[in-house]
Design a protein around this ligand. Structure first.
Ligand code: AMP
Length: 277
């Protein structure tokens, strides 16, 4: 496994990868969720490239950029046994040199949900992913369903800009009690960690209602809200039952839909979702 930092070292290393290249973009502090994407990439591609970059442009002014957990040595030791060929760990100066002024923005699908709470977030995400696609030129790129809107936005960008990349969305990996794995879970302690299972419980309540025949989207949203409100430590940000691709709120669930939510638990922001097929 080779680790490179500079763009020229990345390009040289990329040239030696002659067959299908799968990219797994991450912000590091890896957990089983990230590793599941890497394993899937390894199963489907001859070569796997992992990028580790805490992308400053996707953090809002009041968000946790400086406190975002980092541990490169541990990350590399987790990746090493998985057969990854190349790890790119660019610096902010490499990705955004002095005088940087080019941005990639996706329109409607970035507006609701996460976009409504974090208005500059997706501009940072699409810009950095476009730069990763250009620099690494992968055939396939692997993202987690955990960040459902991010996956929808990347799919849209890839289509709109004709990137010759297959975007593959992999299932959310969860802790034994259902909490979706996230680098930010590290901040959850004691009672907050216990309370965090309420997102999974809320999603399950709505899914059960759906499986029982409920198709009224507002009734499904209400189900999720009721469960979240039963946990006093949780501050709800949004609860949604939306079209899977456009992310527009639904009146009635007909095709593929996304149940999703964001809450604050103390100072930690948590998101989660289920897909209704
Ligand atoms: P991050 O390092 O948080 O930017 O995440 C990098 C990639 O891992 C993104 O595509 C995430 O959606 C994905 N990911 C994060 N958590 C999980 C999880 N629990 N299960 C599956 N994929 C995940």
């Amino acid at each position: 496994m080779k680790t490179v930092i500079s763009l020229s070292d990345l390009r040289t290393a990329r040239l030696s990868l002659a067959e299908t290249v799968g990219l797994v973009p991450t912000m590091g502090y890896l957990h089983e969720g990230h590793l599941s994407l890497i394993r899937r990439a390894k199963a489907e591609c001859e070569h796997v490239v992992v990028s580790i970059f805490v992308n400053p442009t996707q953090f809002g002014a009041n968000e946790d950029l400086s406190k975002y957990p980092r541990d490169l040595e541990r990350d590399l030791s987790l990746i090493a046994p998985l057969g990854v060929e190349l790890v790119w760990t660019p610096t902010s100066e490499i990705m955004y040199p002095k005088g940087y002024q080019t941005w990639v923005e996706v329109d409607t699908v970035t507006r609701p949900l996460e976009g409504s709470m974090r208005p500059t977030h997706f501009k940072g995400v699409t810009t950095v992913v476009a730069k990763l696609f250009n620099a690494i030129q992968p055939h396939k790129a692997y993202f987690g369903q955990k960040d459902a809107q991010q996956a929808a936005v990347i799919r849209q960008m890839t289509r709109d800009l004709n990137f010759p990349v297959d975007v593959i969305v992999c299932p959310t990996v969860r802790e034994a009690d259902g909490l979706a794995m996230s680098s930010r879970n590290k901040y959850l302690e004691g009672a907050d960690r216990q309370a965090a299972t309420v997102l999974f419980l809320a999603l399950n309540a709505a899914k059960k209602a759906y499986e029982g025949g409920e198709r009224d989207a507002e009734a499904l949203r209400r189900k999720m809200k009721e469960v979240l409100e039963s946990e006093p430590r949780v501050q709800m940000q949004y609860v949604s039952c939306a079209d899977y691709d456009t992310l527009e709120e639904l009146d009635v669930v007909k095709g593929k839909a996304l149940l999703s939510m964001a809450v604050m638990l103390g100072k930690t922001r948590l998101i989660d979702n289920f897909v209704l097929e």
